[in-house]
Design a protein around this ligand. Structure first.
Ligand SMILES: NC(=O)c1ccc[n+]([C@@H]2O[C@H](COP(=O)([O-])OP(=O)(O)OC[C@H]3O[C@@H](n4cnc5c(N)ncnc54)[C@H](O)[C@@H]3O)[C@@H](O)[C@H]2O)c1
Length: 386
């Protein structure tokens, strides 16, 4: 199954690491550590192989992909030998990267984006394309009457207003071009009634939001533990220090607020209440693409005895995120091929703020994911629209 993976933010750290990783896997230069779709529970015939994946994408900057990969190698995110060995393959991907459409009304930009997607599909004779948003986190969308339904949206986009934030304009173009959409960021993306209705109308599946790779991943394991042992969590404070492009973006208070909200949801929904404390994100340029998170949890046990727990996470964000981007592209393409449309709630395992998911417990999300993959491999679908 020849599958296009169209990355929005294609020259960023996560995108570049995903591309280098997939090319290295295809060439047999590395193993699939971190790719959950290569675990025995998820592996199977419904998924496109790494060799089936063809990359393209949009970005607002023009830094050559090879230069970005070299910078990531110099920062210790990926091995430099891979960048040298894959020079030709990276040059081939470079030819499929396009500047983000600019100018005109939003309807014109959506048309240009959809054209880039359909040209990509045709040029490489792809069975399907999955658009994955790994672009910079944007502030929460401003409400607009055009968000209500597809008819209102089409009319509004043809006018002079900036109706949709960039992530949602890409999602709109993806759906119109018949591409599945995955949002690895906390941005609005497809989370607007007009876009959800359009995706259902066009039979397009989508997944999101915000890849779960570090502190929130640990929270989604620990919070159910406190809940299941009936321990009373009083406070949970998290401090995240990060550098890299993502860190620089999150230095903006509006983008920071979108991310913090996404990181706290797991606690409120797992514990049934929001404990005191919050999550802070601070930009520390010297950390580069590495992140340190320190969490302090205070809780009470039997007879009100107070206790505390703390953990420190040192992660390389792009190395944690990239294999999940490949997993999501493979699973979403397989779901699209099997006739699934609308939100893929079964992929909650991958996200901090999963669309429509009833649980934030990683263990439960894992069981759901395994069942879903099993049905895809068995050739079935449980989508009633099929
Ligand atoms: N790394 C992780 O562990 C992780 C986890 C969850 C979510 N994310 C999210 O993934 C995203 C990417 O992270 P990153 O570290 O690669 O960031 P990055 O800053 O390195 O890359 C973002 C890229 O998006 C591009 N971009 C910005 N606006 C754009 C637009 N309108 N259209 C197209 N491209 C645009 C930028 O030029 C840049 O190349 C962020 O939103 C981050 O919050 C990352």
């Amino acid at each position: 199954m020849r599958t296009g993976v169209w990355l929005v933010g294609a020259r960023g750290s996560v995108a570049t690491t995903s591309i280098v990783g997939a090319l290295a896997l295809r060439a047999g230069l590395t193993g699939p550590t971190g790719c959950v779709t290569e675990l025995p529970e998820l592996r199977g015939p419904a998924l496109p192989s790494f060799a089936d994946l063809v990359f393209g994408g949009h970005d607002v900057v023009a830094t050559p992909l090879a230069k970005r990969a070299e910078a990531l190698a110099a920062a210790g995110v990926l091995p430099g030998r891979l960048v040298t060995a894959l020079a030709e393959e990276l040059a081939a991907v470079e030819r499929d990267l396009r500047p983000a459409p600019t100018g005109g009304r939003q309807a014109d930009r959506a048309d240009a984006t959809a054209r880039d997607l359909t040209d990509f599909r045709r040029r490489h004779a792809l069975d399907r394309v999955v658009v994955v948003n790994v672009s910079a986190t944007e502030p929460a969308a401003q409400p607009h009457p055009g968000h209500a339904d597809p008819t209102a949206l089409r009319a509004a986009l043809a006018g002079p207003d900036e109706v949709l934030p960039p992530s949602s304009l890409y999602a709109y173009a993806a759906v119109r071009a018949g591409c599945a959409y995955v949002d690895f960021t906390p941005s609005t993306g497809l989370r607007l009634p007009a876009l959800a209705a359009l995706a259902a109308e066009r039979g397009v599946p989508y997944a999101g939001h915000d890849g779960k790779t570090g502190e929130t991943l640990v929270k989604s394991v620990l919070a159910p533990m406190f809940a299941m042992r009936h321990l009373a969590v009083r406070s949970w404070s998290g401090f995240n220090l990060l550098g890299g492009g993502d860190g620089a973006t999150l230095a903006d208070p509006a983008a920071n607020a979108a991310k913090v909200e996404s990181k706290q949801r797991v606690l409120g929904e797992t514990l049934g209440h929001l404990p005191q404390g919050g999550t802070r994100i601070e930009y520390v340029e010297a950390l580069g693409d590495f992140k340190t998170a320190w969490d302090l949890i205070t809780f009470a046990g039997f007879l009100g005895t107070g206790m505390r727990m703390e953990f420190t996470w040192h992660g390389c964000d792009s190395a944690l995120a990239a294999p999940l981007v490949l997993d999501l592209a493979r699973l979403t393409a397989a779901a699209h091929a099997a006739g699934h449309a609308g939100p893929l709630t079964e992929l909650a395992f991958f996200f901090k703020d999963p669309i429509g998911a009833p649980t934030h417990s990683l263990a439960e999300q894992w069981r759901t994911l395994c069942g879903f993959a099993g049905r895809l491999h068995a050739g079935g679908t449980d989508d009633p629209r099929r």
